[in-house]
Design a protein around this ligand. Structure first.
Ligand SMILES: C[S@@+](CC[C@H](N)C(=O)[O-])C[C@H]1O[C@@H](n2cnc3c(N)ncnc32)[C@H](O)[C@@H]1O
Length: 658
């Protein structure tokens, strides 16, 4: 029997207090009303929600159970009950109740989403993906659904036809802060081949109907929104795409050189120009192409004041070299069609040059290896990125650390209210901006050797309205000069590029507060075996690090089909100039073993707290399931022996002063 509900105004008052986070006052009032209306669905439900917020999960569970017994058609009640079971770790009960919600209301998208989360936790990625797709089909504006979808796509390759998935890929690639495009690139490539006519278009490029059918090919590609967006956000890590783009670029160049200005080239060329800029012009080019590019450049220069330049001439040149490298560019008044490329390849460059003037310096660099490393990253700032995956909302430091599950008693740790975080070797800012989005009340200090990398980082931080980062130029060896101690220090992918990584780590350790935490990322010897072999070949052949040599060496790897070198083609870094340089031509690279990490930790009196990567940890737990195993480096050592690629994303571990 359903009893009369209390006055609407009282319910509103409780909700008001709840929304103001005055949970105890809200509870006080709701308890009073419950005495008068013990079988009110609304009151019992709200009281359950308040108890949930206060982490009184068992009380909340009892109340929600009461609610659904009072009204077995009340879907919100079943949803709340499912959430509580989920929090209590009773996943089977949670699933049952989410399914009940869906039975009552097929459009209850959050129930599908939460089921997706449970399946994901259980490593049932395909099922999780299906549930996120259902969620987003019902509510395409549900941002959390996209974050979850992106999360699953980073660890699962989906290779089936699906009529919905491409529109979600497009959304993910259009948004600046949900996911790094590289992380979902393989899935997007599958989506393009399976769910669009890209293969047919590329086969026209490959067979001898080409070049007669150029316009037909371009029309097909212009209709492929996902492809064009993909080309604008990351170097596409696939040689088949590259080969086709090289041919198409060449054929469009021929047409434009011969003054055949077809309007349909515009849209595709904007995407191709972005792609070439992002991969830093890593595609091979023939002497004939260079000749034609030079001729068009001369044509533009001599017609510059006569308005007889066609946008297509400018665009095709920007597919071979960045606009800022052409002397006439600063006088260019771009049309609407050119605006996007003008910003990407000229305005951003000018902005970065201005930022350099304002970046603070610690002191001049004198370490000879640091000077060489600096030069490398001044010439090729790395990584060059467009979008990245930020946290949905910042949380306090303890909440973040709790989730990583470190070997640490958080109660004993006293972080200052406003945490100060150092990112040592921040590169082009991806790392610093990601960390800045994670923590509440954080001030970030981001240091790097390279002015050009810092300027890139500063421009991107501004673009993303990220205001709490101070960019500083200098060698991390000189950090003591800052006279500062930090609550967290993160240095990923940096120490192994120093002459003496131990000295680097010692300097960082000196800049820690007593309770501070440090995240370190180092290359693994085992995971990089193949890369080390290729580096050895480059050294033996004494190949100098020039752009031309990088391009030719890459070409040989693609053309020789040497199975030993096969795996390098799967590295996204192999598809941009700075990436190849970082991967294979770095001026300084050390690689580590767990044994060596153990030695460093001992020498510097540090304490190992655990690894960072949740995916690596989930894999480890399949073989080692004692909770303390996670913090036992001997166990990790054995694990790596049997899983040699497990640390291909580096050893990323947390530590603190002992
Ligand atoms: C591979 S990038 C990694 C960048 C960043 N941590 C990330 O994960 O995106 C390495 C960066 O470390 C910087 N670096 C190397 N040695 C350094 C040193 N001694 N002091 C400061 N920065 C250094 C380089 O300039 C370069 O930008």
């Amino acid at each position: 029997m359903i009893e009369k509900e209390p006055d609407k105004k009282i319910i509103e008052k409780i909700i008001f207090l709840f929304n103001k986070k005055k949970y105890l006052e809200a509870l006080d009032l709701s308890d009073k009303i419950t005495n008068e209306y013990p079988n009110s669905i609304l009151i019992n439900n709200i009281t359950g929600v308040i108890h949930t917020e206060l982490k009184n999960y068992t009380l909340a569970k009892n109340l929600f159970n009461k609610v659904v017994n009072l009204n077995p058609k009340y879907n919100d009640g079943f949803y709340n009950l499912a959430n509580i079971y989920n929090k209590l770790g009773e996943e089977d009960n949670a699933i049952k109740n989410y399914e009940k919600v869906i039975e009552l209301d097929k459009s209850y998208y959050k129930a599908y989403n939460n089921l997706g989360n449970i399946f994901r936790k259980r490593n049932l990625n395909k099922k999780a993906l299906e549930y996120y797709i259902l969620t987003l089909n019902i509510n395409p504006n549900y941002i959390r659904g996209y974050y979850n979808l992106a999360g699953v796509l980073q660890h699962y390759i989906f290779d089936e036809k699906n009529k919905y998935i491409n529109k979600f890929f497009l959304y993910l690639l259009e948004k600046k802060i949900i996911v790094r495009p590289n992380a979902i690139a393989t899935n997007v490539i599958n989506g393009l081949f399976l769910n669009t006519n890209l293969k047919d278009n590329f086969s026209l490029v490959e067979n001898n109907i080409y070049p007669k059918n150029l316009n037909k090919i371009i029309e097909g590609l212009n209709d492929n929104k996902l492809l064009l967006q993909f080309m604008k956000v990351c170097p596409i890590p696939n040689y088949y795409f590259e080969k086709n783009f090289i041919k198409i670029r060449n054929e469009i160049l021929n047409q434009i050189y011969n003054l055949n200005f077809e309007k349909i080239y515009l849209k595709f060329l904007v995407a191709l120009s972005s792609q070439c800029f992002l991969n830093e012009y890593v595609y091979t080019e023939t002497d004939e192409e260079i000749f034609k590019v030079n001729k068009i450049n001369e044509r533009i220069r001599s017609n510059f004041n006569t308005n007889e330049i066609n946008d297509l001439e400018i665009l095709i040149l920007s597919c071979y070299a960045p606009l800022y490298s052409f002397d006439w560019c600063k006088k260019l008044n771009p049309s609407n069609e050119l605006e996007e490329i003008f910003i990407l390849q000229y305005k951003n460059h000018i902005k970065e040059k201005k930022h350099i003037q304002k970046i603070r310096t610690v002191k001049e660099i004198n370490d000879s290896i640091s000077i060489k490393v600096k030069n490398q990253y001044e010439e090729n700032p790395y990584p060059r990125w467009t979008n990245l995956g930020l946290s949905i909302e910042p949380r306090n430091i303890k909440e973040v650390i709790e989730e990583i599950n470190l070997d640490i008693d958080l109660k004993k740790i006293n972080f200052s209210k406003n945490v100060e975080i150092l990112i040592a070797g921040c590169g082009t800012g991806q790392h610093a901006i990601t960390t800045a989005s994670k923590y509440k009340n954080a001030e970030i200090f981001a240091l790097d050797l390279s002015f050009n990398s810092l300027a890139y980082a500063k421009r991107k931080a501004e673009e993303l309205n990220c205001k709490n980062i101070n960019f500083i130029q200098g060698d991390l060896l000189d950090l003591r000069k800052l006279n500062k101690k930090f609550d967290i220090i993160e240095s990923v992918g940096v120490l192994h590029h120093m002459a003496d990584p131990l000295l680097g780590l010692e300097t960082l350790t000196d800049c820690l507060n007593e309770d501070s935490l440090m995240l370190i990322g180092l290359y693994s010897e085992q995971a990089r075996k193949n890369i080390a072999n290729i580096r050895q070949v480059i050294n033996n052949l004494k190949i100098k690090t020039t752009k031309k040599n990088i391009i030719n060496f890459r070409k040989n790897i693609f053309e020789n089909n040497n199975p030993k070198w096969e795996s390098i083609k799967y590295s996204p870094d192999f598809y941009s100039t700075s990436g190849v340089r970082d991967l294979l031509f770095h001026v300084q690279e050390h690689r580590f073993t767990i044994q060596k990490i153990r030695e460093y930790i001992k020498k510097l009196k540090l304490f190992f707290l655990g690894f960072e990567d949740t995916n690596v940890i989930a894999n480890f737990k399949k073989s080692y399931n004692e909770p303390t195993d996670l913090y036992n480096l001997n166990k990790w050592e054995s694990f790596e022996k049997n899983n040699s690629r497990i640390f291909s994303g580096m050893y990323q571990f947390w530590c603190k002063k002992n």
